[in-house]
Design a protein around this ligand. Structure first.
Ligand SMILES: [Zn+2]
Ligand SMILES: [Zn+2]
Length: 176
C-alpha cells in the first residue's frame, strides 16, 4: 500500500499509543520517552496529571476508532478524536525529506501528540477506507493494528500473533 511516509508513520504512532501498556502507572512518560523523535526539539515531556489524563483519552479514542465496525461508527469516533486536535500544518525537511508536520512546532507535547495522531489516523481512514484499522484476532491479544497489505486481508497485529494462531488452529484440528 502506497501512502505518504509521514502519514503512515503518524498512524503507527497512533497504533503504538492505543497499544501502550497502561498498567504501568508511569506509562505516559514511558511512551513519550520512547517516541520523543515525534516532538520538536526542546518540548518538555513532564506532564501534569491532567495532561497525562488527556494522553490516556487520546489513546482510548484511537482504540475506539479501530474497534468500530461500520463506517458511521468510525466517522463518529474519528470526529471525536479530531475535535481534540489543533492542526497547524507546515512543510519541513528537517530529516532531509520534504514532508508535512500537523501540529504547531511550539505547542505542548499533548497538543503535538494528539494532533499528529488524529491527523495521521484520519488520513489513512479517508484515503484507504475505515476497514484498514482493526483489532488482532489472536486469542488474548487485543492489540489494534493498521492494515497496509495490498488486499486488506490482515487479521493480526504482528507476525508473532499470526503464527501463534496458526499453530493453535493446527493443534485444535489435530485434537478433533
Ligand atoms: Zn518530521
Ligand atoms: Zn496480536
Amino acid at each position: 500500500m502506497d501512502y505518504d511516509t509521514y502519514g503512515s508513520n503518524a498512524v503507527e504512532l497512533a497504533i503504538d499509543l492505543a497499544n501502550a501498556d497502561r498498567d504501568d502507572p508511569d506509562w505516559v512518560r514511558v511512551f513519550l520517552d520512547a517516541h520523543d523523535e515525534w516532538f520538536t526539539d526542546g518540548t518538555a515531556l513532564e506532564l501534569r496529571p491532567a495532561e497525562a489524563g488527556a494522553v490516556a483519552q487520546t489513546s482510548s479514542l484511537v482504540r475506539d476508532v479501530a474497534e468500530a465496525d461500520s463506517e458511521p461508527e468510525v466517522m463518529a469516533r474519528l470526529n471525536a478524536l479530531l475535535a481534540l486536535a489543533s492542526p497547524k500544518p507546515y512543510a519541513t525537511d528537517h530529516d532531509g525529506e520534504l514532508h508535512l508536520h500537523y501540529a504547531r512546532p511550539d505547542a505542548g507535547v499533548v497538543e503535538q501528540l494528539t494532533t499528529t495522531v488524529a491527523m495521521g489516523l484520519s488520513q489513512v481512514v479517508v484515503q484507504h477506507g475505515w476497514q484498514r484499522l482493526g483489532v488482532c484476532s489472536a486469542e488474548g491479544c487485543g492489540h489494534v493494528y493498521v492494515d497496509t497489505s495490498r488486499n486488506a486481508s490482515r487479521r493480526y497485529c504482528s507476525n508473532t500473533c499470526a503464527s501463534r494462531s496458526t499453530v493453535a488452529a493446527y493443534r485444535a484440528r489435530q485434537r478433533t
